[in-house]
Design a protein around this ligand. Sequence first.
Ligand code: ATP
Ligand code: MN
Length: 451
Amino acid sequence: MAERIQKLLHQKQTTGQVTIKGWVRTRRDTGSFSFLEVNDGSCLANLQVIADKNLSNYDVDILRLSAGCSVVIRGELQKSPAKGQDVELQAGSVEVLGWADPETYPLQKKRHSLEFLRSISHLRPRTNALGAVTRVRSRLAFAVNVFFQERDFVQVHTPIITTSDCEGAGEMFQVSATGEKKDAPFFGSSAGLTVSGQLQAEVYALALGQVYTFGPTFRAENSNTSRHLAEFWMIEPEMSFCDLACNMELASDLLKYVLQDVLDNCSEDLTLFNAFIEKGLIRKLKDVVEKDFVHLTYTAAVEELQKAKADFEYPVEWGIDLHSEHERYLTEEVHKCPVIVTDYPAAIKPFYMRVSDDGKTVAAMDILVPGIGEIVGGSQREERLEVLEKRMQEAGVDSTEYDWYLDLRRYGTVPHAGFGLGFERLVQFATGMSNIREVIPFPRTPGSAPC
Ligand code: ATP
Ligand code: MN
């Protein structure tokens, strides 16, 4: 509603009867009337309401209003004489739907720390910052779907309960029915929450060509970092007849497209983040949209890191998995823009990544961005049956459990590729929030799953 009121403004129709339904942020009284700041969640800006003392419930209701009360206010929209706003609402009636005791309501006018707000995840969406994050997150999700649908990708809903551990990293949550017997599991074999929809997305890519999944993913990551959640959302496209180069192109196009979309459609919220959360955020996002990403092979990245003046906790040599400190050094210090690192050592990557002609590396690609590190992880997939079987054996993966996956190589195999984009890391990048717990409504981390 507040957003619609702002649109009326743009059309220069600044007067007329309107109704706002929302929550009071502040009340200030003068001798003859009160100012109410009301927010309905549709946008960052509050609507200023003038409630005259002649209103019939002025003494009994309006003078009792405080932060958090819910109200329905009808009145006349007027040009505002005040600085910083164009319109205000002259209230004709103020109806109070719900009170909020100021003695106990935790969101008072002062600025609260993000840490404190995390402890009240049921109330924090009523703050400017968390409301803005929620709108940007929603817009990003919308833009992701538009991006793929416009390119004729088919959305596939991959399962949340699976019986295959895609990464083989043992970071799974187990799923069982209450009281189920060990020797008679509900699903016939042991089951867990998915760590990735990739393998199932591959099934559909080898039938429909270009597909994507966008859903929740679960990893029992026992590390409390600012970039890991136990429950997060992932966007996973999978494309037949696509190699590493085509995969890289799609991933950069996707990032540029969705960031341009929020620049175009969430400017008010981005201005808040730019001022209070990450100085220079809007410039950073525009740069990512406008400039080419840097492409480095893993081998070149290792050379750059070895030349670095930085004092890394984990020493760098060819063959190590890059740690967050290395990823961030490459993207923040050396290149100051997103970096695509490709061709990682086969030994540190999962069995499904395609082995290159050198026999030592796989056609993997990670995209690293400033402030976060890895945001995308992907690869061309191994489409050759014998090579895949050999890789599974080496990785100690039981190939009988993946017979269905091997069938995709037995029958009509094609080169194909895909990647996973962590949705919360994308929201972090777009909002400048340094902790991932701020960009998902109800964060799940070790020791914590409130609401
Ligand atoms: P990292 O090294 O940061 O743990 P990863 O190599 O385990 O990442 P992938 O398995 O390639 O990540 O998953 C694809 C993407 O999913 C990552 O690039 C990242 O954006 C996101 N992601 C992975 N794990 C998490 C997590 N625990 N919480 C939030 N996002 C995650
Ligand atoms: Mn991980």
